[in-house]
Write a protein that binds this ligand. Sequence first.
Ligand code: HSE
Length: 405
Amino acid sequence: MKIAIMGFGVVGSGVGEVVTKNQDILVKKCGEPIEIAHILDLRDFPDSEFRCFTKDFNDILNDPEVGIVVETMGGVNPAYEFSKKLLLAGKSVITSNKELVAAHGTELLQIARERNLNYLFEASVGGGIPIIRPMFSCLTAGEATDVFGILNGTTNYILTQMFQKGETFDNALRAAQKKGYAEADPTADVEGHDTCRKIAILSALAFGDSVLTERIPTEGITKITAEDVAYAEKLGYSIKLIGHATKAEDGGVFAAVFPAFVPKSNPLAGINDVFNGIIVKGEDLGDVMFYGRGAGKLPTANAVVADVVDAIKHKGVNIIIKWNEYKPENQSEGKLQKYPYYVRFSGKAVSGLEGCQIVTFDEEEYKNEFAVITKPMTETALGEFVAGVEGMGGKALGKLRLIGE
Ligand code: HSE
């Protein structure tokens, strides 16, 4: 099978490495050798062992011998246009591009289905963790109620370095970039956009309806303070950047991205460094958990190449992955969604906070502040609660949701 790679960055070059180094294993697994016929990239790679670089997409599109194309370019454009053209030309496409799958997956999957081709994206969520396949294959018999987890390796690496080693945010981010974990623009990692795209994909797979990333409330990790970390530690929580999709009380699906207090008793709390962890809850199933390296060259490239093998095994047969087109009424605003919250206030602990756990510390630096862990409440109710406490003299200094109790 002749394949092509579009985008020779961290993941694309990893695909080249895995295909070359594991050729014997791959022949055993799919029955034929995999040959890389073209690599599309605008940059030059004079030191590469590969001699098939091109800067012209048409070299791939018009090569009748290329049956599968790996898209590891990232971003929506021109990856969308290229992927669509390739599928329309009868080539299967394998991608690690979560931004593209989240934005145009519905359409690209349909084109693949109509032409008995495959559009596969195991590497788009969770790096090397097999999560996409279980979602559309093993976990389809019953109704899912929740999917939530740590979906971004860079932020989990940063939080771990900050918590465990006292590292600064900037140094930890630089180290994550050096290790090849971060997006080209790491804002997408630290502001939660990468997690947002991934939870959009998982939500569509779990609940069967496309959701718009623009409508997913998304908050990253940049506002977390050393004080939040100290309270979390003292109360027995970790702070993790969480993507959550759930069946909302108004009938739609609510998806959101937020940093959260996760109790140490929950296995997600112990997931550190670049590792990701995802919990899927089902009516019949109970909890299922997935864990592994969520970013990095070779783990992600392994997921891509496994998709190539699957596409070879399914030549002329579409592996059905399906979710419905976006309809506004299927995506909830989450107005009725309840979470417990941690809120930190300045001032002295006030009375009359029924149902809340009030936390104060003896240390001098925490003398003029307190925190509360609330009962589960909607965001509107939280706003009223905070206004009430502020009316009694406190001032809210920070708040985070709790998940995984
Ligand atoms: N920047 C992403 C992360 C890469 O850190 O998780 C894998 O999707």
